[in-house]
Design a protein around this ligand. Structure first.
Ligand SMILES: [Fe+2]
Ligand SMILES: [Fe+2]
Length: 296
Protein backbone atom coordinates (compact mmCIF):
# COMPACT_ATOMS: atom_id res chain seq x y z
CA UNK A 1 0.00 0.00 0.00
CA UNK A 2 1.29 3.45 -0.98
CA UNK A 3 -0.44 6.62 0.21
CA UNK A 4 -0.19 9.80 -1.81
CA UNK A 5 -1.53 13.18 -0.68
CA UNK A 6 -2.44 15.80 -3.28
CA UNK A 7 -2.89 19.51 -2.68
CA UNK A 8 -2.70 22.48 -4.99
CA UNK A 9 -2.83 26.22 -5.52
CA UNK A 10 -1.90 27.45 -2.03
CA UNK A 11 -1.20 30.94 -3.47
CA UNK A 12 0.89 31.65 -0.40
CA UNK A 13 0.52 35.06 1.19
CA UNK A 14 0.89 37.71 2.35
CA UNK A 15 2.43 39.51 -0.61
CA UNK A 16 5.85 40.97 0.14
CA UNK A 17 6.48 44.68 -0.30
CA UNK A 18 6.48 45.39 -4.04
CA UNK A 19 8.74 47.96 -5.72
CA UNK A 20 7.17 50.15 -8.38
CA UNK A 21 9.44 48.82 -11.11
CA UNK A 22 8.31 45.26 -10.29
CA UNK A 23 4.76 46.26 -11.18
CA UNK A 24 5.65 47.49 -14.67
CA UNK A 25 4.28 44.29 -16.20
CA UNK A 26 1.33 41.92 -15.96
CA UNK A 27 2.05 42.00 -12.23
CA UNK A 28 0.10 45.26 -11.85
CA UNK A 29 -3.13 43.36 -12.62
CA UNK A 30 -2.28 40.59 -10.16
CA UNK A 31 -1.34 43.17 -7.53
CA UNK A 32 -4.69 44.95 -7.84
CA UNK A 33 -6.50 41.62 -7.84
CA UNK A 34 -4.65 40.48 -4.71
CA UNK A 35 -5.56 43.59 -2.73
CA UNK A 36 -9.15 43.80 -3.99
CA UNK A 37 -10.03 40.12 -3.69
CA UNK A 38 -7.41 37.40 -3.45
CA UNK A 39 -5.93 38.22 -0.05
CA UNK A 40 -9.36 37.35 1.37
CA UNK A 41 -9.58 34.13 -0.65
CA UNK A 42 -6.10 32.77 0.06
CA UNK A 43 -5.45 32.68 3.80
CA UNK A 44 -2.14 31.55 5.36
CA UNK A 45 -3.91 30.17 8.44
CA UNK A 46 -6.05 27.92 6.22
CA UNK A 47 -3.00 26.47 4.43
CA UNK A 48 -1.29 25.89 7.75
CA UNK A 49 -4.24 24.01 9.20
CA UNK A 50 -4.71 21.97 6.02
CA UNK A 51 -1.01 20.98 6.08
CA UNK A 52 -1.38 19.91 9.72
CA UNK A 53 -4.14 17.57 8.51
CA UNK A 54 -1.94 16.29 5.65
CA UNK A 55 0.86 15.53 8.12
CA UNK A 56 -1.59 13.83 10.48
CA UNK A 57 -2.52 11.46 7.64
CA UNK A 58 1.19 10.50 7.39
CA UNK A 59 1.24 9.92 3.59
CA UNK A 60 4.19 8.22 1.91
CA UNK A 61 4.41 11.12 -0.51
CA UNK A 62 2.90 14.59 -1.09
CA UNK A 63 2.21 16.08 -4.54
CA UNK A 64 1.72 19.83 -5.01
CA UNK A 65 0.38 20.81 -8.43
CA UNK A 66 1.45 24.43 -8.70
CA UNK A 67 0.44 28.03 -8.07
CA UNK A 68 2.43 28.22 -4.85
CA UNK A 69 2.84 31.98 -5.34
CA UNK A 70 0.87 34.88 -6.79
CA UNK A 71 2.96 37.41 -8.75
CA UNK A 72 6.17 35.31 -8.83
CA UNK A 73 8.13 38.03 -7.02
CA UNK A 74 11.62 36.89 -5.95
CA UNK A 75 10.64 37.13 -2.25
CA UNK A 76 7.54 35.01 -2.86
CA UNK A 77 9.59 32.31 -4.60
CA UNK A 78 12.11 32.05 -1.74
CA UNK A 79 9.32 32.13 0.86
CA UNK A 80 7.60 29.28 -1.01
CA UNK A 81 10.84 27.29 -0.79
CA UNK A 82 10.83 27.76 3.00
CA UNK A 83 7.20 26.60 3.01
CA UNK A 84 8.16 23.50 1.01
CA UNK A 85 10.94 22.70 3.45
CA UNK A 86 8.35 22.66 6.23
CA UNK A 87 5.96 20.58 4.14
CA UNK A 88 8.49 17.79 3.80
CA UNK A 89 11.88 16.79 2.40
CA UNK A 90 12.32 16.56 -1.38
CA UNK A 91 12.43 12.76 -1.27
CA UNK A 92 8.81 12.78 -0.06
CA UNK A 93 7.39 15.89 -1.74
CA UNK A 94 7.04 16.55 -5.48
CA UNK A 95 6.15 19.93 -6.95
CA UNK A 96 5.31 21.09 -10.45
CA UNK A 97 4.83 24.75 -11.38
CA UNK A 98 1.56 26.56 -12.13
CA UNK A 99 0.91 29.64 -14.22
CA UNK A 100 1.33 31.95 -11.21
CA UNK A 101 4.79 30.45 -10.60
CA UNK A 102 5.68 31.54 -14.15
CA UNK A 103 3.71 34.79 -13.99
CA UNK A 104 6.09 37.01 -15.96
CA UNK A 105 8.97 36.21 -18.33
CA UNK A 106 11.98 34.96 -16.35
CA UNK A 107 9.99 33.88 -13.28
CA UNK A 108 9.99 30.19 -14.19
CA UNK A 109 13.80 30.22 -14.26
CA UNK A 110 13.72 31.43 -10.65
CA UNK A 111 11.16 28.86 -9.48
CA UNK A 112 13.11 26.08 -11.20
CA UNK A 113 16.25 27.20 -9.40
CA UNK A 114 14.85 27.69 -5.90
CA UNK A 115 12.49 24.70 -5.87
CA UNK A 116 14.76 22.34 -7.83
CA UNK A 117 15.17 19.54 -5.23
CA UNK A 118 11.37 19.15 -5.33
CA UNK A 119 11.15 19.18 -9.14
CA UNK A 120 14.01 16.88 -10.14
CA UNK A 121 13.79 13.37 -11.53
CA UNK A 122 15.65 10.54 -9.82
CA UNK A 123 18.56 10.50 -12.23
CA UNK A 124 18.47 14.11 -13.46
CA UNK A 125 21.29 16.59 -12.85
CA UNK A 126 18.90 19.55 -13.05
CA UNK A 127 15.22 20.37 -13.53
CA UNK A 128 13.86 18.96 -16.77
CA UNK A 129 10.22 18.24 -17.66
CA UNK A 130 8.79 15.69 -17.74
CA UNK A 131 10.69 14.18 -14.82
CA UNK A 132 10.20 10.77 -13.21
CA UNK A 133 10.41 9.87 -9.54
CA UNK A 134 10.26 6.13 -8.92
CA UNK A 135 8.88 5.31 -5.50
CA UNK A 136 8.50 1.55 -5.85
CA UNK A 137 4.94 0.61 -6.75
CA UNK A 138 4.26 4.21 -7.75
CA UNK A 139 6.11 6.33 -10.32
CA UNK A 140 5.42 10.07 -10.33
CA UNK A 141 5.73 11.92 -13.63
CA UNK A 142 6.00 15.71 -13.34
CA UNK A 143 4.85 17.72 -16.35
CA UNK A 144 5.15 21.48 -16.79
CA UNK A 145 2.26 23.35 -18.39
CA UNK A 146 3.22 26.74 -16.90
CA UNK A 147 4.42 29.54 -19.11
CA UNK A 148 4.37 33.33 -18.83
CA UNK A 149 1.31 34.54 -20.74
CA UNK A 150 -0.13 37.88 -21.81
CA UNK A 151 -2.32 39.90 -19.40
CA UNK A 152 -5.78 38.39 -18.79
CA UNK A 153 -4.57 35.00 -19.97
CA UNK A 154 -3.71 31.93 -17.85
CA UNK A 155 -3.40 29.29 -20.53
CA UNK A 156 -1.26 26.19 -20.16
CA UNK A 157 1.13 24.93 -22.82
CA UNK A 158 2.95 21.66 -23.56
CA UNK A 159 5.76 21.67 -26.11
CA UNK A 160 6.02 18.91 -28.70
CA UNK A 161 9.30 17.90 -27.08
CA UNK A 162 7.64 17.51 -23.69
CA UNK A 163 4.71 15.56 -25.16
CA UNK A 164 7.11 13.24 -26.97
CA UNK A 165 9.17 12.62 -23.84
CA UNK A 166 6.01 12.08 -21.80
CA UNK A 167 4.97 9.41 -24.29
CA UNK A 168 8.36 7.67 -23.96
CA UNK A 169 8.38 7.85 -20.16
CA UNK A 170 4.84 6.51 -19.80
CA UNK A 171 5.59 3.64 -22.15
CA UNK A 172 8.74 2.65 -20.23
CA UNK A 173 7.00 2.93 -16.85
CA UNK A 174 4.03 0.95 -18.18
CA UNK A 175 6.38 -1.81 -19.30
CA UNK A 176 7.88 -1.74 -15.79
CA UNK A 177 4.30 -2.24 -14.46
CA UNK A 178 4.36 0.91 -12.34
CA UNK A 179 1.30 2.76 -11.06
CA UNK A 180 1.87 5.96 -13.05
CA UNK A 181 0.76 9.24 -11.50
CA UNK A 182 1.00 12.23 -13.87
CA UNK A 183 1.09 15.70 -12.33
CA UNK A 184 0.35 18.87 -14.28
CA UNK A 185 -1.17 22.19 -13.29
CA UNK A 186 -3.83 22.77 -15.96
CA UNK A 187 -6.83 20.42 -16.25
CA UNK A 188 -6.34 18.27 -19.35
CA UNK A 189 -9.78 16.66 -19.52
CA UNK A 190 -12.90 18.10 -21.13
CA UNK A 191 -14.68 20.11 -18.45
CA UNK A 192 -15.63 23.70 -17.86
CA UNK A 193 -12.64 25.98 -18.05
CA UNK A 194 -12.44 29.45 -19.54
CA UNK A 195 -10.81 29.52 -22.96
CA UNK A 196 -8.31 32.04 -21.62
CA UNK A 197 -7.26 29.59 -18.86
CA UNK A 198 -7.32 26.26 -20.73
CA UNK A 199 -4.56 23.81 -21.53
CA UNK A 200 -3.99 24.57 -25.19
CA UNK A 201 -2.53 21.15 -26.01
CA UNK A 202 -5.15 19.18 -24.05
CA UNK A 203 -6.05 17.01 -27.06
CA UNK A 204 -2.42 16.06 -27.64
CA UNK A 205 -1.97 15.25 -23.93
CA UNK A 206 -5.07 13.02 -23.94
CA UNK A 207 -3.80 11.28 -27.07
CA UNK A 208 -0.61 10.36 -25.20
CA UNK A 209 -2.65 9.00 -22.27
CA UNK A 210 -4.90 7.09 -24.67
CA UNK A 211 -1.90 5.51 -26.46
CA UNK A 212 0.39 4.81 -23.50
CA UNK A 213 -1.91 4.80 -20.47
CA UNK A 214 -1.51 6.16 -16.94
CA UNK A 215 -3.21 5.18 -13.71
CA UNK A 216 -3.93 8.64 -12.25
CA UNK A 217 -3.69 12.24 -13.49
CA UNK A 218 -3.67 15.02 -10.87
CA UNK A 219 -4.07 18.73 -11.53
CA UNK A 220 -4.91 22.08 -9.93
CA UNK A 221 -5.70 25.49 -11.48
CA UNK A 222 -9.52 25.28 -11.24
CA UNK A 223 -9.65 25.91 -7.47
CA UNK A 224 -12.37 23.28 -7.22
CA UNK A 225 -12.59 19.54 -6.78
CA UNK A 226 -13.28 17.51 -9.92
CA UNK A 227 -13.16 13.93 -11.17
CA UNK A 228 -13.50 12.76 -14.75
CA UNK A 229 -12.31 9.60 -16.46
CA UNK A 230 -10.47 9.59 -19.77
CA UNK A 231 -9.52 6.75 -22.08
CA UNK A 232 -6.20 5.01 -21.42
CA UNK A 233 -4.28 2.06 -22.80
CA UNK A 234 -5.01 -0.15 -19.80
CA UNK A 235 -8.53 1.15 -19.08
CA UNK A 236 -10.12 4.39 -17.95
CA UNK A 237 -7.84 6.88 -16.21
CA UNK A 238 -9.15 9.06 -13.36
CA UNK A 239 -8.27 12.75 -13.74
CA UNK A 240 -8.66 14.56 -10.42
CA UNK A 241 -8.50 18.22 -9.39
CA UNK A 242 -8.51 19.70 -5.87
CA UNK A 243 -9.62 23.10 -4.50
CA UNK A 244 -7.08 25.75 -3.57
CA UNK A 245 -5.30 24.74 -0.35
CA UNK A 246 -5.82 28.21 1.15
CA UNK A 247 -9.46 29.05 0.46
CA UNK A 248 -11.60 29.45 3.60
CA UNK A 249 -15.30 28.46 3.49
CA UNK A 250 -17.73 31.12 2.28
CA UNK A 251 -16.05 32.24 -0.94
CA UNK A 252 -17.07 31.60 -4.54
CA UNK A 253 -14.92 28.51 -4.97
CA UNK A 254 -15.12 25.38 -2.79
CA UNK A 255 -13.15 25.62 0.45
CA UNK A 256 -9.67 24.17 0.87
CA UNK A 257 -9.25 20.40 0.76
CA UNK A 258 -6.65 17.77 -0.01
CA UNK A 259 -7.02 14.29 -1.45
CA UNK A 260 -5.43 11.14 -0.13
CA UNK A 261 -4.97 8.18 -2.50
CA UNK A 262 -4.38 4.66 -1.18
CA UNK A 263 -2.75 2.70 -3.97
CA UNK A 264 -2.21 -1.06 -4.11
CA UNK A 265 -2.42 -4.07 -6.44
CA UNK A 266 -0.56 -4.72 -9.65
CA UNK A 267 -0.87 -3.78 -13.31
CA UNK A 268 -4.18 -5.00 -14.66
CA UNK A 269 -5.54 -5.14 -11.09
CA UNK A 270 -4.51 -1.83 -9.54
CA UNK A 271 -6.64 -0.45 -6.73
CA UNK A 272 -6.85 3.24 -5.88
CA UNK A 273 -9.09 4.62 -3.16
CA UNK A 274 -9.53 8.38 -2.73
CA UNK A 275 -10.60 10.33 0.32
CA UNK A 276 -10.97 14.12 0.42
CA UNK A 277 -10.46 16.05 3.64
CA UNK A 278 -11.46 19.70 3.77
CA UNK A 279 -13.56 22.48 5.23
CA UNK A 280 -17.30 22.99 4.95
CA UNK A 281 -18.04 25.69 7.53
CA UNK A 282 -16.10 28.57 9.06
CA UNK A 283 -14.33 27.88 12.34
CA UNK A 284 -14.86 24.13 12.19
CA UNK A 285 -12.09 21.56 11.75
CA UNK A 286 -11.37 19.89 8.42
CA UNK A 287 -13.32 16.69 7.98
CA UNK A 288 -13.87 13.86 5.51
CA UNK A 289 -15.87 15.25 2.57
CA UNK A 290 -15.54 12.49 -0.07
CA UNK A 291 -14.69 8.80 -0.12
CA UNK A 292 -14.51 6.97 -3.43
CA UNK A 293 -12.92 3.93 -5.06
CA UNK A 294 -11.28 5.26 -8.24
CA UNK A 295 -9.78 2.01 -9.54
CA UNK A 296 -10.28 -1.65 -8.67
FE1 LIG B 1 -4.38 28.90 -8.86
FE1 LIG C 1 -3.41 28.31 -12.09
Amino acid sequence: MFTLAHLSDPHLGPLPRVALNQLMSKRILGYINWHSNRQRVHRPEVVKDLIDNVHAAAPDHIAVTGDLVNLALPEEITAARAWLDKLGDPEHVTVIPGNHDAYVPGALTQTRYHWRPYMMGDSDAGVSFPFVRDRGLVAIVGVNSAKATAPFRATGHLSQRQLGELRDRLRTLGEAKKFRVVLLHHPPAPQFVLKSARLVEADEFLEVIRDEGAELVLHGHMHSGSLVYVEGKHGEVPVVGVPSASNPPGNTHPAAAFNLYRISGRQGAFRCHMTSVGYTEANTPARLIADKQLLG
